[in-house]
Design a binder for this molecule. Structure first.
Ligand code: SAM
Length: 279
């Protein structure tokens, strides 16, 4: 099995159809916007999305380190509702962004306008064919995106291609060997009488858009080592879904016990990695 797993097995024509279904899924609702009750595109709407995101995922700040990129050329791939993208702009980076969907671009443009900012450029674009020349960015950032693209390896190659020599890449993909994947397997395989379904299949069919992949730490390291990168760092992070934050306390206690048995962060659903492009 290649690191790209199921995504590698489908023919090119199948990949385009799958990508259209990914686009259709995220065009219906931009990621993370279900946290907001206020009128779409109002200031309250964007404030609620932002408050929810960094309460739920506080580690994004220490991973991204937005304020370190003042004056730097940053590309975000897969902006979704643009919550992280706004942080690049606020930090004074020259922020460029792409997303597969017009819904994301509408969010980003409305959002920046609400707070009185402008992006250098935010456009519909595909991670597998990034519309920028080689060696353009000081940082290429992508949180929770390339595992949705039919060829994750191709997307990763593109992130590296547009990074300047000496520039950085920071990204997050889903960890297949995580508690969150295990719970999904319980729900969509075991409880449906299909315990033979693999964790990969469960993520493929039952994690957000169709075709989502999950990787192990070793698989991500192997993918990164095949590229012209150095200072490679990969780590998993337990998130609140791994810890069943919204379930009754016995379930939360059981989740904490499972996490401590399986190495805590090692069995977290968010697998982050950073690397530097070789000069
Ligand atoms: C889980 S959301 C994450 C959005 C944002 N990064 C966040 O953390 O909220 C996935 C996003 O990736 C985008 N996406 C999926 N495949 C893509 C591709 N091939 N190229 C660019 N964006 C893609 C989707 O449109 C969606 O906005």
């Amino acid at each position: 099995m290649t690191p790209d797993m199921r995504g590698q097995e489908i023919p090119e024509a199948g990949k385009e159809a799958l990508k259209e279904s990914v686009r259709g899924y995220w065009n219906q609702q931009a990621c993370g916007t279900d946290a907001a009750d206020s009128d779409k595109f109002s200031r309250d709407y964007f404030d609620e999305i932002e408050a929810y995101r960094y309460e739920a995922e506080p580690y994004i700040h220490s991973f991204a380190q937005f304020s370190r990129y003042h004056g730097k050329k940053v590309l975000e791939v897969g902006m979704g509702a643009g919550t992280d993208f706004l942080q690049w702009v606020r930090a004074g980076a020259e922020a460029h962004g792409i997303d597969l969907t017009q819904e994301s671009i509408d969010h980003v443009q409305q959002r920046l306008a609400v707070y009185g900012f402008e992006a250098a450029q935010a456009q519909v674009g595909d991670a597998e064919h990034i519309p920028y020349p080689d060696d353009t960015f000081d940082l290429v950032y992508s949180w929770g995106v390339i595992h949705h693209s039919p060829s994750t390896v191709r997307a990763l190659e593109e992130l590296v291609r547009v990074t300047k020599p000496g520039g950085e890449i920071k990204a997050m993909v889903y960890n297949r060997r995580s508690l969150h994947t295990f719970y999904r397997w319980g729900r969509y395989a075991l409880l449906r009488g299909k315990p033979w379904m693999s964790f990969a299949e469960v993520l493929y069919h039952h994690m957000e858009s169709e075709g989502t992949k999950g990787y192990t730490l070793a698989e991500v390291e192997a993918m990164l080592q095949a590229l012209p990168l150095e200072d490679i760092r990969c780590a998993a992070t337990v998130n609140r879904h791994d810890l069943l934050y919204n379930k009754p306390w016995p379930a939360r206690a059981a989740a904490r016990l499972l996490a401590s048995l399986f190495g805590h962060d090692r069995c977290g659903f968010f697998l982050t990695f950073s690397a530097r492009k070789r000069t």
